[in-house]
Structures are given as C-alpha cells and as structure tokens.
Design a protein around this ligand. Structure first.
Ligand code: PMP
Length: 322
C-alpha cells in the first residue's frame, strides 16, 4: 500500500463491495459504493471538496475566509473537515430535526452550528435561505449552495462515475440512488452515460419527495413522508437539470429499513437509512432489468451517525418503523 499525501486525498476512491443478500435475492450482481469510508464518513465529502476548490479557483474564497452552508448535516461535516485542512472557518445551518450525532460531530470539528426549526422551502426560515442570508451578512464568507452549485455534481462526474466504471471494468447495466441535492444521481448518471449510453439510470425516490412524480408524469408532486435524512427533494435543483433518468421507483422507509437491518445482521455493514433506500432501489432495478445484470448503488453514510435514531428501538417505534 502506498502512502497518501494529505488528508484531502483520502476523499474518494472508495471501495465497491458486492452485496451478497441483494444479489442472491435477485439473481443479479448488486454492488455498493462504500462512501462511508470517506474521512467525514459520507458521500458528501466529495461535493464539499469540489465546492471549496471551485470557490478558490474563482477567487471567491480568500485565506482565513468563511464557508457557510445549509445542510442536513453530512455536507456540513465534509465542508468543516475540508475547511480545517485548508484553514477556513465554517458556519453550518441545520434543521433541528437531524440526528444528534451529526450536530456533535460538527461541533467537534469546530464548525459554528446554527439550528433552525424544520420549515417548508417557501418559508424564509428554511435552512437553505437562512444560510444564504448569513453568508451575505458575514464578511469574507462564501455560500456553498450545494443544491444549485454544480461543482457538486462535477465531483460525481469526474470522481464517483469514473471509479464505478473502472471498478466494474466497464460491465455495468444499471445504477440507482436517491436524491438530496441530486448531485450524486445526476453526476453519476451523466458520467456513466458518457461511457455507455445503454446503462440504465434509475431514481429511487423516498416517500414525501416530488421527483418520482416529476420523472414518471412530468409533475412535481409529493405523497406521504419519510424519516430518511439527507434525501427527498421537492424541486429540480440546478444539479438535477438534465439528469439522464431512464426510470424511477418509489421506495418506502419500511423497505429501506428492512435492507439496513439485513445488511447489518447478515453482512456486517452499518449504514444510514438512505443507503437502505438505495439498496431497496437496486433490488427494484434488478427486477426491472431481469436476472444476470450488474447494478451499482451508493452506500451514502455510516450508520454510527444514527445510533440515537435509526438504531434506537424507541425512536423507531415512535416513527412507526420496525
Ligand atoms: N444520503 C445522505 C445520508 C445524505 O446526507 C445525502 C446528501 N444530502 C444524500 C444521501 C443524497 O446525496 P445528493 O445530495 O448527492 O443527492
């Protein structure tokens, strides 16, 4: 094994693991991209690094400057560790409904944490709008704007998609994941389609998100709700514009949690609920494509981030998830 030049070089180049249970259940080979092995333990380290380096290259971020972002948590963790490695400060705005572990991690990383009540996107109190206002009012600050800053999806075009293509030796029939900002699905989709137009790109949308109806019927409309953190989008973000979605599935928390449970109990993988929803989506895609196909999905973050929620029986019972 070679040495790595610095901590930021630890971002990306994650392993791709064959998931035994989902593969056996479908007669396909289903692979999970282990994004929990990034230094911030989630897929969002990639977007954080690209957003910061893009701002540096544009001359927007000066030494000692501040990075402000609204986030469900993982992007904040990624930004805070990139900021520490490069000598910037971070102010992170987060809905107070997110897991305690994410808040504790952000505080441990030295980020200034601003908690806001959960609010609709149309409300000025929404975490995205609050973060933009703070960035505007803070001298020397940039707003990372992960939803509409396409440096986010570029991280997945040049990073995640290339890696998946190489790791699968160009033999891949389908890819699926859920969308938060949409950076992952759009970036990996565009990157894989550039290699082979025939790769089927499927959106796995949680309940409560509006994208399933948009891609299926051309209408942004949501039904139901989900307790999965980091996913569930109600609009076409700049990152989602032109995303090459061939098909879409609506995945329940119940189905996502069933795979979270099985992957932990049978394969020793401790994951968050969005990963379970992605794996349930990969199983749906395998059924859609038929046996013998090779499918990849994203294992977005570590389950250790949800010990007080997803892995707590009382919490699950309160949320009707068991
Ligand atoms: N899963 C988790 C746990 C996340 O934090 C995020 C990011 N919001 C996603 C999935 C979705 O990734 P993206 O923003 O690239 O759509």
């Amino acid at each position: 094994m070679q040495t790595t030049p610095d901590t930021l070089a630890l971002i990306g180049n994650t392993p791709l693991v064959r998931l035994r249970g989902p593969s056996e259940a479908t007669g396909c080979d289903i692979f999970g991209k282990c994004e929990f092995t990034n230094p911030g333990a989630s897929v969002k380290d990639r977007a954080a690094l690209f957003i910061v380096e893009d701002a540096e290259q544009r001359g927007l971020l000066q030494p000692g400057g501040t990075i402000v972002e609204g986030t469900a948590g993982n992007t904040g963790i990624g930004l805070a560790l990139v900021a520490n490695a490069k000598g910037y400060k971070t102010i992170i705005v987060m809905p107070e409904t997110q897991s305690r572990e994410k808040m504790d991690t952000l505080r441990a990383l030295g980020a200034e944490l601003v908690l806001v009540p959960a609010a609709a996107f149309s409300s000025p109190c929404h975490f995205v709008h609050t973060s933009r206002r703070i960035a505007e009012e803070t001298p020397g600050a940039i707003w990372a704007n992960q939803f509409d800053n396409i440096a986010n999806r570029r991280a997945h075009i040049v990073g995640t998609a290339e890696e998946i293509w190489d790791q699968m030796e160009g033999r891949i029939d389908g890819f699926t994941c859920a969308a938060g900002t949409g950076g992952t699905i759009a970036g990996v989709g565009l990157g894989l389609k550039a290699k082979d137009e025939a790769v089927c790109i499927a959106l796995s949308d949680p309940h409560g998100a509006a994208l399933y109806n948009y891609y299926a019927h051309g209408e942004l409309k949501s039904e139901g709700s989900s307790v999965a953190e980091g996913i569930g989008q109600g609009r076409i973000t700049a990152n989602l514009e032109g995303a090459p979605i061939d098909t879409q599935f609506r995945i329940s928390d119940h189905d996502g949690y069933a795979w979270v449970r099985r992957l932990l109990d049978e394969e020793g993988l401790c994951l968050g609920l969005s990963s379970g929803i992605n794996v349930a989506g990969a199983v749906a895609l395998a059924k859609h494509l038929g046996p013998g196909k090779r499918i990849a999905t994203i294992l977005c973050d570590t389950g250790f981030r949800y010990l007080s929620t997803l892995y707590d029986a009382e919490w699950r019972q309160a949320k009707g998830l068991s």
